[in-house]
Design a protein around this ligand. Structure first.
Ligand code: GLN
Length: 289
């Protein structure tokens, strides 16, 4: 541990932020590499005469920050960690960095199912870091979940994240394409949830470097029109969902109406587009008949 005066640290922090970036990313750096949790950071200004203990020296932290700023490396990759809801998740370039707007998908589940504690079966298709499935498994210890992913490396990360987040055993992980690993759950799922790759090809090419150069294409690109995977998930959903089972999907900002149509065409009812906190129709939900 390195000791430094609060005054010196605050001066240094201001200098780093003046180079660019945002305070949230800087807070991730200080927490994960510097060993200063955000809660402690907020208290520093109250005691400017005090001392502070860092896990790494300021020069090292500065070099990581500059790697983030000048090479567009996501801060989550440099730190190996992403904070999402109340979870601290390991991330690498094998998984999508869970997005803040996706946090709301868990609230949609809470709204539909309330605090029901009876046993339900749920699946998350394309779990990546495991964020959604882990949040649900922890919120509903009586539910049984299965999280799938086509990439074995991604699944390894999700499994580690679940083990590190809890002692629970109500979430299993299976490798495979969308519904394929769920053969034995045909007609048994009360809920299926997915944030599949939905970026249209043209849009993908224009994504910021920070995303395009570092995050897995397979987790972002949804074919020519972005809807390739959403279409497949919806078309096969009736085989796996129980009668009245729910399907909850995240989609691109302008895909809500199209996804709604697809759900209705495949005999879903109670179909609704749910807005995210920016007022974007980010999620589309429905029940199978
Ligand atoms: N929301 C993500 C992004 O904009 C895309 C996630 C996805 O394709 N499922 O980068």
């Amino acid at each position: 541990m390195l000791s430094i005066s609060v005054k010196e640290f605050l001066f240094w922090k201001k200098k780093q932020l003046s180079k660019g970036g945002n305070i949230q990313s800087f807070a991730v750096l200080l927490d994960c590499i510097g060993g200063i949790p955000t809660s402690e950071l907020n208290l520093l200004k109250i005691n400017p005469e005090g001392k502070l203990y860092l896990k790494k020296n300021l020069d090292y932290l500065c070099s990581v920050w500059e790697d983030h700023l000048f090479n567009s490396t996501p801060i989550q990759h440099l730190c190996g960690i992403s904070f999402w809801r109340d979870l601290k998740l390991k991330v690498t370039n094998k998984v999508l960095i869970p997005r803040p707007e996706t946090e709301l998908i868990v609230e949609i589940v809470f709204k539909i199912f309330g605090e029901k504690s009876q046993k339900l079966f749920f699946a998350e298709l394309g779990t990546g870091s495991g964020a959604i499935a882990i949040a649900l498994a922890l919120a509903y210890p009586f539910w049984e979940g299965i999280a799938t992913d086509i990439d074995q490396d991604a699944l390894g990360i999700a499994i580690k994240n679940f083990k590190d987040s809890s002692e629970q055993s109500n979430l299993r992980f299976c490798c495979g394409h969308w519904w394929n690993p769920l053969e034995s759950f045909k007609g048994k799922l009360d809920l299926a949830i997915s944030n599949p790759p939905y970026i249209p090809r043209d849009t993908y090419e224009e994504l910021p470097e920070e995303v395009k150069n570092f995050e897995p294409k397979i987790a972002l690109l949804g074919g020519e029109d972005g809807l390739e995977h959403i279409r497949e998930i919806i078309q096969k959903a009736p085989l796996y969902l129980k009668k009245k089972g729910w399907l909850i999907l995240e989609n691109h900002f302008d895909q809500g109406e199209e996804v709604k149509k697809l759900l209705i065409k495949n005999y879903f009812t109670s179909v609704e587009i749910v807005k995210d906190l920016s007022g974007i129709g980010r999620f589309t939900i429905g029940r199978y008949k």
